[in-house]
Ligand binder design. Structure first.
Ligand code: UD1
Ligand code: CA
Length: 457
């Protein structure tokens, strides 16, 4: 395939969202709408994405990062004007340009590929993606001649009553020969009902220059649905969510209640895994085979190995090895690595720590900035005191150690291999291998104390 780049229009404000955030950053299935469009383009084989930004441009840049190119449109003078802003960057570009809108999160790579292929095979100067709409109100109408050839696109506000009766509309997606697009744009004028530079006029201009232009119909018009308000945002969310979940189910993942399960588009899950209701899996999560996740669990940017169980818990930016069990009610914070068959039980918080094979943190603990070896048992209520008010320090617990319940480990501190800490100890000095550490005052017993007290009264 010759080189294809995209120009994605995203400079508009999106007034009807009633938001301080630019429209294209509102999220669908956990990702900005614009990110869905960029991903679809990339998956369709588009070499580079140029995003036209204007309204809250800095916010868009921050959200989308360095993987795309930016074109600034200072004033929003129309879709044609928006694309024109990319010309200085694309002067020497001889390939094809696909134009997309940043507010159509449901567009698929298949549709983008289809219009590109069609465009390349036909040799047309410009190809527009069209849709048959039951209600075409607001869209540009596709005007064809008697032979069915595309003549021009007329905006709703500029259309005659006859033209308004046409049900075939412009979806706002096009593929152009790069040099022909920019030469056509030079002749676009804002002489229309809205006083804007219409990108759509380029088709008629190319036609007048003796070029051929054509159209491809989209399979499912929902794909090109533009999001203008938060009702449509929720509609897009439920359509995309169903698509993601259907694919996972067809790939061998059991989802008990798809109406109550939320999984992002970049998540992968191995077969024979079961996802219980109320579960949110977002960002770049990878789950292995035969995992059991939920109910009421949130995973973000996390990897689970095979056969991992997580219930009623939150796991963020962490690596969880095969056969680990987490929860109920655990909170695993960023930077945590659980090796194989680690048990993290109820009301346990773990932050930025490594826990070795077969170790257990079964109840009511805080483990922060720690390195825990293999087959360690952490008793209920153990706290690593990792923060002295100024800096964070590390706790190191070697293989086979047994930490008695309700111990405080005041970091920096280390616990040697196979050593034992008596319950209730506050440990401030390193413990050598194989030793017992007990730090608590001696227990006193006062015999018959209760009876004596009663007698006094
Ligand atoms: C446009 C098409 C219309 C089509 C419809 C499909 C034109 C003239 N009309 O109309 O034929 O049926 O899309 O949704 O192109 N944008 C900019 N800079 C601007 C203006 C717009 O970046 O100066 C961006 C917007 O942020 C938006 C996209 O371009 O993402 C479309 O703009 P919009 O004003 O919504 O175009 P429509 O009037 O819907
Ligand atoms: Ca629109």
């Amino acid at each position: 395939m010759s080189q294809v780049i995209s120009v994605i229009l995203a400079a508009g404000k999106g007034t009807r969202m009633k938001s301080k955030m630019p429209k294209v950053l509102h999220r669908v299935c956990g990702e900005p709408m614009l990110a869905h469009v960029v991903r679809a383009a990339a998956e369709a084989g588009v070499d580079q994405n140029f995003i036209v930004i204007g309204h809250e441009a800095e916010m868009v840049k921050e959200a989308m990062g360095q993987s795309v190119e930016y074109v600034l449109q200072l004033e929003q003078l129309g879709t044609g004007h928006a694309v024109m802003q990319a010309e200085p960057l694309l002067q020497d570009f001889k390939g094809s340009i696909i134009v997309l809108c940043g507010d159509t999160p449901l567009i698929t790579p298949e549709t983008i590929s289809k219009i590109i292929q069609n465009h390349l095979n036909s040799g047309y100067a410009g190809t527009v993606l069209t849709a048959e709409m039951d209600d075409p109100t607001g869209y540009g109408r596709v005007i064809r001649d008697k032979a069915g050839q595309v003549m021009e696109i007329v905006e709703h506000k500029d259309a005659s009553p006859d033209q308004l009766a046409i049900m075939e509309v412009n979806t706002g997606v096009y593929c152009f020969s790069g040099p022909k697009l920019f030469s056509g744009l030079k002749e676009v004028t804002p002489s229309n009902a809205q006083g804007e530079y219409y990108l759509t006029d380029v088709l008629a201009i190319l036609k007048q220059k003796g070029e051929k232009v054509g159209a491809v119909k989209v399979g499912d018009p929902l794909e090109t649905m533009g999001i203008n308000n938060r009702v449509q945002l929720a509609e897009a969310e439920s359509i995309l969510r169903k698509k993601i979940l259907d694919k996972l189910m067809l790939d061998g993942v059991t989802i008990i209640d798809p109406l109550n399960t939320y999984i992002g588009p970049e998540v992968t899950i191995g077969f024979d895994s079961v996802i219980h209701p109320g579960t949110i899996i977002e960002g770049r999560c990878r789950l292995g085979e035969a995992c059991e996740v939920g109910p009421y669990t949130r995973l973000k940017d996390t990897e689970l190995g095979k056969g991992v169980t997580v219930q009623n818990s939150i796991v963020l930016e962490s690596l969880i090895g095969d056969k680990c069990t987490i929860g109920p009610f655990a909170y695993i914070r960023p930077g945590t690595i659980l090796k194989e068959a680690v048990k993290v039980g109820d009301f346990v918080e773990i932050k930025k720590s490594i826990v070795g094979n077969g170790s257990k943190v079964p109840h009511l603990s805080y483990i922060g900035d720690s390195e825990i070896g293999e087959k360690v048992n952490i008793g209920a209520g153990t706290i690593t005191c990792n923060y002295d008010g100024l800096k964070k320090s590390k706790t190191i617990i070697d293989d086979g150690a047994f930490i008695g319940s309700n111990s405080n480990l005041v970091a920096p501190v280390s616990v040697g291999k196979d050593s034992v800490i008596g319950a209730g100890s506050t440990v401030t000095r390193d413990i050598p291998e194989g030793s017992l550490c007990v730090e608590r005052s001696k227990q006193e017993i006062y015999n018959d104390w209760v009876a004596r007290k009663k007698k006094k009264k």
